[in-house]
Ligand binder design. Structure first.
Ligand SMILES: Cc1ncc(COP(=O)(O)O)c(C=O)c1O
Length: 424
């Protein structure tokens, strides 16, 4: 079928936008080259202890014929399985004292899917003809939101403040002095921990964002795909935050279940009712397998133990090992910096004043068999160019040791070559 007959929506979905092209490129590179060192994707690591738990749970489900039929042979209600909704609400009530019940929880077919519904329900064309936007208080932000808006110019992004730490670290902060919540801002959205940077907004930053959005009467979306209390890929102290106007999303993916496509939304009753309704329109209902595998662990609280005692230590160990490789293979005299990794799966490398941009750096690394993600794609929504956006790359540190060591060694070499061409 020719694309001429597509609607605006059709064109948008079929378009070879930056990220689609890039994912395609990564896929092709992987298919053609078995030796490729894959530091590009966002796939969680296979954690043997967690994989054993999920296999055991799946075997138990298969054994229990009645439960198996109940889980697989019916559509769920659009909001999610009642037992799972209650288990999520109880976990957050007990863990954080939040005043929530099952009416404050919805399950979606992945948190990616939840964002498609939420971002478009909150922003875009309004009945009065005005156009609502999503404000990202810190750019760079998760690439997966970038192309989800059904209307144009859905995002407004703010440059962060940058604090430089020691010789080779840095951290982004919200620049509250320049954060303007104009009438066109329909909601504010942050991932915490942030993909791609590993930043975790401080509790104080979150409280201030929550206060500002509350005052304006708009929602604050907090994407907790990596955060506490599960999967807890977060390495410092940071409290989850909730209030009537906060929309907190979680996911089972980084617990090691990305294939179940299970997202969780915690929000006011009105938002949950709207999400359930949108879910019915788009999907009829959400998948049940992820909920069925996890619900018992949610009720017993074991999910917290898995997260704190298996998942977090696994990623923390891989992070430290990757940082050792960086130290061993990056020239300490060059002006590179890594964002302080406070959570998530990534090292965010800033090559200040490098004579080539991050796309060229990505191409050179690909030619050497190393796949990373050029930073440019994470800086959508800015109203003016910012040199920083072409100086960063995202590196997944959670892959097996030999892959990460060799990948970082080659990144160090290519970085050195690129910088030395500056002095020629
Ligand atoms: C910040 C963030 N949000 C949401 C998602 C989507 O997760 P899923 O759709 O697997 O629940 C991801 C995936 O990597 C992510 O990094």
């Amino acid at each position: 079928m020719k694309h001429d007959s597509f609607s605006i929506f059709g064109h948008k979905m079929a378009a070879h936008s930056g990220i689609v092209e890039l994912m395609d490129d990564l896929g092709k590179a992987m298919a053609g080259h078995e030796e490729m060192l894959m530091l590009g994707g966002g796939n969680p690591a296979g954690i043997p202890q967690m994989q054993a738990i999920w296999r055991q749970d799946m075997a138990a489900l298969l054994e229990d014929q009645k439960r198996f039929d109940r889980v697989l042979c019916h559509y769920d209600i659009p909001q999610g399985s009642p037992r799972f909704l209650e288990a999520v609400a109880a976990l957050f009530r007990e863990e954080y004292g939040w005043d929530i019940g099952p009416q404050n929880v919805a399950v979606t077919n992945s948190s990616q899917n939840a964002y498609f519904m939420l971002l478009n329900m909150l922003a875009g064309e309004r009945a009065d003809g005005s156009h609502g936007k999503i404000l990202l208080p810190v750019t760079p932000e998760y690439i997966g939101y970038a192309d989800q808006g059904l209307s144009e110019d859905m995002f407004v992004a703010c440059k962060p403040l940058i604090s430089e730490i020691g010789d080779h670290q840095f951290k982004y902060h919200v620049d509250f002095d320049n954060l303007v919540l104009g009438d066109d801002i329909a909601a504010v959205c942050v991932s915490r921990p942030t993909n791609p940077t590993g930043n975790v907004l401080t509790d104080d930053e979150v409280r201030r964002l929550a206060a500002l959005t509350k005052e304006r009467g708009i929602p604050l979306l907090i994407d907790n795909a990596y955060g506490a209390p599960f999967p807890s890929i977060i390495f410092g102290d940071a409290e989850p935050h909730w209030d009537e106007h906060v929309i907190l999303t979680l996911s089972l993916s980084k617990l090691g279940l990305p294939g179940t496509r299970t997202g969780i939304v915690i929000a006011s009753e009105a938002i949950i009712a709207a999400v359930a309704s949108a879910n019915a329109i788009i999907s009829l209902a959400s998948g049940t397998i992820g909920q069925a595998l996890v619900v018992g662990h949610m009720e017993s609280g074991r999910i917290l133990q898995f997260s704190r005692e298996i998942v977090r230590p696994f990623y923390e160990a891989r992070l430290h090992r990757a940082l050792d490789f960086v130290e061993a293979s990056f020239d300490q005299h060059l002006p590179w910096r890594l964002h302080r990794c406070e959570g998530a799966l990534f090292l965010w490398l800033w090559c200040r004043d490098m004579p080539i941009d991050s796309r060229t750096f990505y191409e050179r690394l690909k030619a050497r068999g190393v796949l990373v993600v050029p930073g440019r794609y994470f800086f959508y929504g800015l109203d003016e160019p910012w040199p920083h956006q072409d100086q960063c790359i995202r590196i997944n540190y959670s892959q097996p040791e030999t892959t990460v060591r060799e990948g970082l060694r080659i990144i160090g070499e290519e970085m050195q070559k690129a910088y030395s061409s500056r002095s020629m």
